[in-house]
Design a protein around this ligand. Structure first.
Ligand code: HEC
Length: 249
């Protein structure tokens, strides 16, 4: 090997040594690139942080109505809120109250209706719907009994409508009671009406109707604030069996 060749080998690396050298140059470049990228990204974030924005619900000069919030476009329906079944949501056919349930009345629907009725309606209408609920006994306007002829003839959609829109002194229950529950309550009111006007002909043949409560069951007389207590409801109720009920020390 002469000197020129040796010098050449030093400056123009060949073979394995050359590959190593190229490799380290590349990783240094990659490192530098990463640092530059990070710096650039940091710059980007800075830009987006200071972009102009509008605080919610403040005055704005940008829109003609000076509101920063845009009103919902007319006819917008939130997902899952399309009320396409008009009868289910209004109880009406055109402008008249309909007289059918929009879904089948099962034992579960009746149980639900009874439970919702006792929570939301019985405080005024009483548990049998006679209008003698506790709030009424404390001075609130006396609602009509559900058992009067007019309300017995009223279509079931009417009850749905009263719950949905209120009636006279009675507020509406559209926020507290869902449409399905309002129908369940309406179905239960129909059952209450039947319970006060049923005849033996309504009982399926082969079944007997007991005329007195089974032994041990005490049916309390209606609490009467109107001063029209009759003899039947003033009789002293039977005493609870010994050992039962509240004990005095
Ligand atoms: C805070 C007491 C109160 C509660 C609770 C209440 N109502 Fe009423 N309701 C009234 C009063 C009072 C009236 C009579 C209103 C009037 O004539 O101004 C009335 C009237 C009615 C009527 C008869 C409308 C008519 O044509 O005479 C129906 C039906 C009715 N309510 C259903 C319900 C149902 C169903 C619920 C439960 C979801 C309910 N109400 C809960 C007080 C109440």
């Amino acid at each position: 090997m002469n000197l020129t060749a040796a010098a050449k080998a030093d400056f123009l690396p060949t073979g394995r040594y050359a590959r190593l050298k190229a490799c380290s140059t590349r990783s240094a470049a990659a490192g530098l690139l990463a640092v530059v990228t990070l710096l650039l990204l940091a710059g980007c974030r800075e830009d987006m942080q200071v972009q102009p924005y509008q605080r919610p619900l403040v005055e704005s000069d940008f829109y003609a109505d000076h509101r920063s919030e845009r009103p919902i476009i007319a006819g917008t329906v939130a997902r899952g809120h399309l009320q396409s079944d008009t009868y289910f949501y209004t109880g009406k056919i055109g402008s008249n109250d309909g007289d059918y349930m929009p879904f089948p009345v099962t034992a579960e629907v009746m149980a639900r209706g009874q439970q919702r009725f006792n929570i939301y309606c019985s405080p005024c209408h009483g548990e049998v719907g006679d209008g003698n609920g506790m709030i009424v006994q404390r001075g609130f306007k006396h609602p009509p009994s559900y058992h009067i002829e007019r309300l017995r003839r009223a279509p079931i959609g009417y009850f749905f409508d009263v719950m949905t829109n209120g009636f006279g002194a009675m507020q509406d229950y559209s926020q507290q009671v869902s449409p399905a529950d309002r129908w369940a309550i309406a179905a239960y009111i129909r059952a209450l009406q039947l319970s006060q006007h049923a005849t033996e002909a309504d009982v399926p043949s082969g079944q007997t109707v007991a005329s007195t409560p089974p032994p041990g069951v005490f049916i309390a007389p209606a609490y009467d604030t109107q001063g029209t207590t009759d003899a039947a409801s003033t009789t002293v109720p039977p005493q609870p069996p010994a050992g039962g009920g509240e004990q005095k020390p």
